[in-house]
Design a protein around this ligand. Structure first.
Ligand code: NAD
Length: 491
């Protein structure tokens, strides 16, 4: 189904990479090798950036209304191939087919929003800021933009950037995660059908060498990154030190608070989906549930039961509710952290270690796990586990719970489950996170809102998606004009 080795898409054509370095692309559900991905060299990045710069000079002059016609066609192509793309996501990333379909839907929604660029791109004008003088603000594209992507949403996350950047008149280079390069490769086969001017959209595979070459290249003007906090911090520092714009979304440790007046059945179902959906490998996965007062009596048993009942297996199979984690290394790391939690005094209510799925013995599976009584400040309370592991903590008041939420170093998402409007309002105002859920377990902003993130979950100021994306991918120009009356010819 997949080529033995995948290629880069540069300047409108497919190129085998000249690099001898490569990596296997592995199906995490079976351990089967799906393809091989090249780790492109700095020289290949240079060639790609130069092509993108040349393309930019013409593309920026194409009227916005014409640029979005390519996006309308791309939306249709993505819809026509949604099932195939979803299957590719499941094969290389492991999540269930249903989750992959949802991911592609979110990608398409970003294309839809970017189709509104002719309006989103509009500037403004003030007439007569002084007698006979007008002031105009207009937006212009910044140039060549690049995105470095994580493994967990290979179909969706590139679309937080791709449609906005080219609709704004920039040219773009995507560097997918080397662990899941196949979804973007198939997407670019569709993009190749659009007959875009060559060099407007480019796909380059690789690892650190390719990323560093993008960060150092003087013609790359803006860098978008999504991935772990450690790498986000590095990319932000290096890109900005080189004078580039940068928006870098990092990792997370998302807490949810359960109040005693929350609807137990609904809360349990939603928290289980948040903590164990996508095998806990969402940046918006709940990983710490803080119960307040009486909620600590029923919620632990209810969530433990939901964890036990979740069907784990190959995401392609009907009825499976949770797939594998991305690699064997990841499985070992997650199992190590579960062990660490036990060593720190937590009670292991549900143990997902050592999972073996019949027919998928080569897969990297960890079943849903619940650790009860974890302590504030402990390693499992602080560390992003990025696996299907939920820690439980119990406190006496909502104030104490909010204090624990705000003591965390990350700030991607925080959620509250309650039927009290006053508690919800207090939480919404005081919780230090960029995405807030009230009776919602995965507070993922829809495409016409920014994907916010605070503290160690984000480095930069303008976020992905929507008007923030337009601000990031354009530079504002202010023009002050005087046209003295006496210069006018009489008509
Ligand atoms: P990662 O940081 O390991 O890799 C992300 C990208 O960075 C990859 O393309 C990789 O090739 C590149 N990279 C890795 N190390 C590098 C280095 N030393 N120098 C230069 N480039 C390097 O992240 P991942 O494991 O692919 O993704 C999971 C992480 O992403 C989790 O921490 C998750 O929370 C985070 N994430 C965050 C968001 C968000 O919106 N905040 C969304 C999705 C995922």
């Amino acid at each position: 189904m997949f080529p033995e080795k995948i290629h880069n898409y540069v300047n409108g054509t497919w190129h085998p990479s000249s690099s001898i370095e490569e990596q296997e692309v592995i199906n995490p559900a079976t351990g089967e090798i799906l393809s091989r991905v090249p780790l492109s060299s700095g020289a290949e990045i240079d060639e790609t950036v130069r092509g993108a710069q040349e393309a930019f000079l013409a593309w920026r002059k194409v009227p916005a209304g014409e640029r979005v016609q390519y996006l309308f066609r791309l939306k249709t192509l993505l819809e026509q191939h949604r099932e195939e793309l979803a299957r590719t996501i499941t094969l290389e990333c492991g999540k269930t087919l249903e989750e992959s379909r949802g991911e592609m839907q979110r990608a398409i929604e970003n294309v839809e929003v970017a189709c509104g660029i002719p309006t989103l791109l509009q500037g403004k004008i003030s007439e007569d800021i002084a007698p006979g003088i007008d002031e105009i603000m207009l937006r212009q594209p910044v140039g060549v933009c690049a995105a470095v992507m994580p493994f967990n949403f290979p179909g969706m996350i590139p679309f937080w950037f791709l449609p906005y950047t080219i609709a704004c008149g920039n040219t773009f280079i995507v560097k997918p995660s080397e662990r899941v390069p196949l979804t973007m490769t198939r997407t670019f086969e569709l993009i190749a059908e659009l007959d875009l001017p060559k060099g407007v959209l480019n796909l380059v595979h690789g690892g650190k060498e390719a990323v560093d070459a993008l960060l150092d290249h003087p013609l790359v003007r803006a860098v978008s990154f999504v991935g772990s906090t450690q790498v986000a911090r590095y990319i932000y520092s290096r890109a900005t030190a080189n004078g580039k714009r940068a928006q870098c979304q990092g990792g997370a440790k998302n807490p949810i608070i359960v109040l005693p007046d929350a609807d137990l059945e609904m809360t349990t179902r939603i928290v289980a989906d948040s903590a164990f959906g996508c095998a806990g490998q969402r940046c918006l996965a709940a990983s710490l549930a803080i119960t307040v007062g009486e909620a600590g009596k029923q919620f632990p048993q209810a969530i433990a039961e939901a964890a036990r009942q979740r069907v784990t297996g190959n995401g392609l199979e009907p009825g499976v509710q949770m797939g594998p984690v991305i690699t064997q290394v990841s499985k070992s790391r997650i199992e190590g952290l579960i062990g660490k939690g036990i060593a720190e005094g937590a009670e292991l209510m549900v143990d997902g270690r050592g999972a073996v799925i019949s027919g998928c013995e080569g897969g990297s599976f960890v079943r849903p796990t619940v650790l009860d009584g974890i302590l504030p400040g402990s390693e499992v309370a602080r560390t992003e586990i990025f696996g299907p592991v939920l820690g439980l903590m119990h406190v006496d008041s909502v104030e104490e719970a909010i204090r624990i939420v705000n003591a965390g170093t990350y700030g991607n998402m925080a959620c509250l489950f309650t039927s009290s409007g006053a508690a919800a309002r207090k939480f919404r105002s005081e919780a230090e996170a960029g995405n807030i859920g009230i009776n919602i377990g995965v507070a993922a902003p829809i495409a016409f809102f920014p994907f916010s993130g605070w503290k160690d979950s984000f480095f930069g100021d303008l976020h992905a998606q929507s008007a923030d994306g337009v601000d990031f991918y354009t530079q504002k120009k202010v023009v002050i004009e005087r046209w003295p009356k006496e210069w006018s010819r009489k008509f």
